[in-house]
Ligand binder design. Structure first.
Ligand code: FPP
Length: 245
């Protein structure tokens, strides 16, 4: 089935509200062609464009992609520098097109390790989209799920210390409210490419009841058709949230 045929099969009343994507396999894709890893990341941007477009066309409200993890700093310096540059350059290049599609772009992650100049450049581009009200496109960048929780726990502790809340007030909604995804629905579907089957510190609190979809396709080869195929499979799953049928 092609993209349009799969879309026709989708039940628009059962769309996932939030999809998370772990874009994996850029390095292997590049290696297969005898190229450096950064070549794979560059081609990966095409796949990002494709799934953003598909999300708008299908009517997905939240899309979160895992672009750079707090663990990715341990990669060779050239690759890290190249990735940071690629992400900023792509944002600058794409922001007008994203605006035209009414998309809100947010970066989710920690400031740790980033220069003020870099952070300001990112914020300046994202700000241009904040009055839009279409797809919420989140870029998990300098993101780690454990660090996100750690920072959130400190925020809650501070609120207690300042007598703004008491210990008995702490519930799941308070924890959700101090995460980078505050106010957003939890992901219903997490897609991971390249055959690896793990979460790698991505949205660990938020994914508690997410459905997982794994595919062998390497990220730079992932296209709209692959994306809607994952949504179709999601719609055929039975979600029970710990209850019975
Ligand atoms: C994982 O593949 C991929 C990444 C760590 C980077 C993904 C980033 C992009 C595709 C750029 C995103 C662009 C924008 C605009 C946000 P890998 O390097 O781990 O591949 P491997 O497992 O084959 O080595």
């Amino acid at each position: 089935m092609n993209y349009k045929e799969i879309i026709k099969k989708l039940d628009i009343n059962k769309l996932p509200k939030h999809i998370g994507v772990i874009m994996d396999g850029n390095g292997r894709w590049a290696n297969k062609q005898g190229a450096i890893r950064l070549w794979g990341h560059k081609h990966g941007v095409e796949s990002v464009r494709a799934i953003v477009e598909a999300s708008v066309e299908v009517g997905i409200k939240y899309l979160t992609i895992y672009a750079f993890s707090t663990e990715n700093w341990t990669r060779p310096e050239d690759e890290v520098k190249g990735l940071l540059k690629l992400i900023l350059d792509s944002l600058i290049k794409e922001v007008d097109a994203l605006n035209k599609q009414n998309i809100i772009v947010r970066f989710l992650g920690t400031d740790l390790g980033l220069s003020d100049e870099y952070k300001q450049k990112i914020e300046k581009e994202c700000e241009k989209t904040y009055t839009n009200n279409g797809l919420n496109f989140n870029i998990a960048f300098n993101y780690g799920g454990r660090l996100e929780l750690l920072e959130g726990i400190k925020t809650i502790a501070k609120q207690i210390q300042e007598n703004k809340i008491s210990l008995s007030d702490i519930d799941e909604s308070i924890v959700s409210s101090v995460l980078y995804t505050s106010g957003m629905p939890d992901p219903d579907l997490i897609i991971r490419t390249s055959g690896e089957q793990r979460l790698s510190n991505f949205l660990i609190w938020q994914s508690a009841y997410a459905e997982f979809y794994f595919t062998d396709v390497l990220w730079p080869d992932f296209r709209k058709k692959d994306f809607v195929k994952a949504i179709l499979e999601y719609q055929n799953r039975q979600r029970r949230y710990g209850g019975s049928k």
